[in-house]
Design a protein around this ligand. Sequence first.
Ligand code: SIN
Ligand code: MN
Length: 268
Amino acid sequence: MRLNDSEIERFREDGFLILPERFSAEEVALLKAELPRLFAERRPENFREKESDAVRTAMGLHLRSEVYARAVRDPRLVEPARQLLGEDLYVQQVKVNAKAAFSGDVWQWHYDFATHHGEDGVPEPLALNLHILLDEVNEFNGPLVFIPGSHRRGPAPATLDTETTSYPLWVVEDETVAKLIEEGGLVSAKGPPGTMLIFGDTLVHGSSLNMSPWPRTIFSLILNPVSNALTRRRRPDHQHHRDLTPVAPLPGSPRLLAADRAGVETRA
Ligand code: SIN
Ligand code: MN
């Protein structure tokens, strides 16, 4: 559950980790089984694609589903984050990014701190993204693409793009991206369902559209130190939660399923 020394070193060097086989097929099925109900809801937490009715991202999931309430407290997500940051963390954002077969749209080149700072007034780029792949992610269905080492350059200049997709995003301009790729290359975060990803707040990343017949669904939890909380509240709660209660890892093993059977209290 804890990261070993070479994983920590790789994270510091590259800015991300791809960790296979962290969640079982049964656990992934449990998380996926919630999605038809959650995606069918017409509410502001569900952002739909610009060109279709398909859900692009569904937020606030730990407040909408007991399964996701357990997921945000899963020690496999929380403990590595606490290990890397060394302090109490709150749940900043909880979502599933779905890239529907044939229509899932791009995520432009960006790093999350541009939004966290620009929109929410987060002081420092400390937040971590913790993902679980819920489908097989391959080169055809729009994998996340990382620029290794781009976090070490410090935050790149970013501008707010409200046009390209249905989700406003602070994006990095092409010239900067080209330089970063020249230095660091590209890695696509592919893997079978149950693979976990961790990446930092200044790592430049994006993903292309899904032209394949295979959906690409990814669970994403953002944890941020309580000491580094938002200072501005202009975005709705589901985009940056106000509840700064430190997230407490669930007891028991394996976590998602054990908690289900035992009826463990699930609120973060
Ligand atoms: C993200 O920026 O974390 C989302 C990108 C994606 O889902 O491809
Ligand atoms: Mn991002």
